[in-house]
Design a protein around this ligand. Structure first.
Ligand SMILES: Cc1cc2nc3c(=O)[nH]c(=O)nc-3n(C[C@H](O)[C@H](O)[C@H](O)COP(=O)(O)O)c2cc1C
Length: 154
């Protein structure tokens, strides 16, 4: 389910956006501490996401999207999420990965485990509508937009 491209973009994306459902309507919020896990899972640290916890408890359906803002590509992942806690099977492995990403800044006490059922690629419109667009051109253009200069590594 999670192909190499999805795994690559999950690593390259600074944030993912977790969308949840509720009777009052949809909600979406950013999460920095996330990773692909196993064949079909995305794991996300729950550090300060009470509304997502409440929504997922009532309706497991979620959509998670992430993009590399420089290459201007990414993925939308759809599936069902559960909140996992210490003591549950599989928690310790997942927690160790997310805690490693968070470092000492936060304690990852609970996490969202998303079983991914469907994945759609996200592409900036220029890839579809401009002729012969190359990823390198898109990167250059995004760097100009964001005022970023590449750092030479010797
Ligand atoms: C850059 C950034 C990264 C964040 N990363 C996380 C995260 O990894 N986990 C988390 O629980 N909250 C994270 N947050 C905080 C939540 O997005 C924020 O508390 C939000 O209001 C939670 O809303 P929710 O309860 O609807 O999910 C992050 C916020 C920002 C701005």
């Amino acid at each position: 389910m999670l192909n190499d491209d999805i795994r690559d973009y999950a690593k390259r994306s600074v944030l993912c956006w977790l969308a949840t459902m509720s009777d009052d309507g949809p909600s979406v919020s950013p999460k920095e501490i996330f990773a692909c896990y196993g064949e079909d899972r995305l794991i996300i640290a729950n550090i300060a996401s009470p509304n997502s916890v409440k929504n997922i408890h009532a309706d497991a359906r979620v959509c998670v999207s992430f993009v590399d803002v420089f290459s201007q590509k990414g993925w939308q992942l759809y599936g069902d999420a559960v909140l996992m806690r210490a003591g549950e099977g599989g928690f310790d492995d997942r927690q160790a990965i997310l805690q490693g990403m968070a470092g000492d800044a936060f304690r990852v006490a609970t996490l969202f485990d998303v079983t991914v059922a469907k994945a759609n690629e996200i592409l900036a419109p220029s890839y579809r509508f401009k002729k012969d667009v190359k990823e390198a051109d898109m990167r250059q253009s995004a760097m100009r937009t964001y005022g970023v200069k590449p750092h030479a590594i010797f």
